[in-house]
Design a protein around this ligand. Structure first.
Ligand SMILES: Cc1ncc(COP(=O)(O)O)c(C=O)c1O
Ligand SMILES: Nc1c(O)cccc1C(=O)C[C@H](N)C(=O)O
Length: 473
């Protein structure tokens, strides 16, 4: 079969799933009965065998891999190897481990580069998302304040680039993950800029998504935007952004284009280099399945290599001379320069195994399966849960890896589901995020999740749970 997942797409495109064998004629029943359809999709799924290589506990339907991915045999093996190296090699592990710890940032950056469409020199692992937002937004603010920036054709700025007399603004959106705003505001403040003036926030029309025309409109209205910093996918609704369109609009306005790819890296293929992205940040604990608090990752376009990072540190020094301990900083001529201090080896080690599994599965195949899983989920919700809304765009090009289910009692519904082994999370005010991640989720799992939601809502079981828990999920 050319497209093993076509039936899932057809279920959605065809206006919904039928009620099963009792419905209509027997020939169509097989195609429209969700249980039969799920079994067929699972039988045809070329990635189905990968599920056995992840450690999801028995009895758990894990739908929260967009927050914390599960362990895999491969990730645990690469972690175990580094623990053994620490025990056996001690300090010599930096040079004598196989491969040496010293280059872990660059080596894992090389492994991630194909997932985001980058040259290996453009990606490195290090720090965390929030720290990387600080150092990268800070770096490009410094460039603007020094009078550098993408040229804006026909625009009167000193040297045709940035007028250092203009306070550079950073364009973000109101649905961003809050940590990014905190970090950008801090970087503006540290340069004597008032964030209330220079953090420009694109508003959402519907409270769920950001219309790319509003990003373009903000750039047309305000000529002081020096950095456009957007997510590749929104953490709550899962809307996927058109990276290439936003990067182009930023550059046409004379602004740098930066992205937070936390909610797409490892689930959606990217082409950062081709799209002209200037910089990007993401984490490795979500779709990259490298474990809680695992090391962050970043992309800096080759044309910017050689800049001095805002948060410079010895691990970003030119590698050949790093151990000469010169107090004068020479940045590495790669994205490696944005590393700061010693990499946390034990928080990086699982990534080696986990990314190898994704490479084996193939990012394009993972994306095809992910879209089919979310198509199937949305079709089932439409068909079986009339009181639940879908807050995620239905258009494939605008849909990331999870689905935002909207319900007025979302918090209690989320708690009831998790209590029953269907692990989801709640994001205020009314969203249950459901992430059927492609490497380890079956179509039968998706059907079970939807049936689980239906059973809870029908029985009112969620009403026994408290709200306002403010828990960590
Ligand atoms: C989009 C986004 N940005 C930033 C963060 C914060 O990342 P970190 O805590 O790794 O700095 C998260 C998740 O926590 C996120 O989802
Ligand atoms: N980073 C997290 C954490 O340390 C604890 C609990 C959750 C998280 C998350 O990643 C939340 C996530 N960024 C989100 O999309 O909401």
């Amino acid at each position: 079969m050319d497209d093993p997942y076509a039936p899932a797409r057809d279920a959605l495109a065809g206006g919904g799933l039928g009620g099963g064998a009792d419905d209509g004629d027997a020939g169509d029943a097989a195609a429209s009965d969700p249980a039969i359809l799920a079994a067929r999709l699972d039988d045809n799924d070329p990635l189905s065998a990968f599920a056995d290589r992840y450690r999801v506990p028995d009895g758990v339907l894990y739908m929260d891999g967009n927050s914390l991915g599960p362990a895999s045999d491969a990730a645990l093996a690469s972690l175990d190897r580094v623990v053994d190296e620490w025990r056996d090699l001690l300090i010599s592990g930096w040079t004598d481990a196989d491969p040496p710890w010293f280059s872990v940032g660059e080596r894992l950056g090389d492994a991630l580069a194909p997932l985001v469409g980058a040259d290996p020199s453009e990606v490195v692992v290090g720090n965390s998302i929030t720290v990387n937002v600080h150092t990268l937004v800070g770096t490009f603010l410094d460039e603007l304040l020094a009078g550098n920036g993408p040229e804006r054709a026909g625009f009167e700025r000193a040297d045709g680039t940035w007028d250092p007399a203009v306070d550079p603004a950073v364009l973000v959106n109101e649905l961003d993950f809050p940590s990014d705003h905190y970090a950008v505001r801090a970087q503006l403040r540290q340069r004597g800029l008032d964030p209330d003036e220079t953090l420009r926030v694109v508003e959402s029309r519907d409270g769920r998504t950001i219309d790319p025309r509003d990003v373009e409109g903000a750039l047309a209205t305000h000529d002081d935007v020096g950095i456009v910093f957007m997510p590749t996918a929104l953490y709550r609704s899962g809307q996927l952004f058109d990276v290439s369109r936003i990067a182009q609009a930023a550059h046409e306005a004379g602004a740098y284009a930066g992205f937070d790819a936390a909610h797409s890296a490892g689930a959606v293929p990217h082409e950062f280099r081709e799209a002209g992205v200037d910089f990007a940040v993401w984490c490795t604990y979500k779709y990259l399945n490298a474990g809680p608090g695992s090391i962050g990752a970043l992309f800096v376009a080759e044309r910017h290599h050689g800049l001095t990072p805002a948060l410079a540190g010895w691990w970003g020094h030119e590698k050949a001379t790093q151990f000469e301990m010169n107090t004068e900083y020479t940045p590495a001529d790669s994205a490696g320069a944005w590393q700061i201090g010693t990499p946390p080896l034990l928080s990086a080690a699982p990534l080696e195994g986990s990314v190898e599994l994704l490479r084996e599965a193939g990012i394009e195949r993972l994306r095809a399966k992910s879209l089919a899983l979310t198509d199937f989920l949305i079709a089932l919700v439409d068909d079986r849960l009339p009181e639940v809304g879908v807050g995620t765009p239905r258009d494939h090009a605008a849909r990331g890896g999870h689905v935002a289910l909207e319900h007025p009692d979302a918090e209690r519904l989320s708690a009831a589901l998790t209590d029953r082994g269907v692990v989801v999370d709640f994001r205020p005010p009314n969203v249950v995020r459901v992430c059927p991640a492609a490497p380890y989720t079956s179509f039968a799992d998706v059907l079970e999740v939807v049936d689980g939601i239906g059973a809870i809502l029908d029985s009112g079981a969620h009403e026994e749970y408290a709200t306002g828990g403010g828990g960590v999920t």
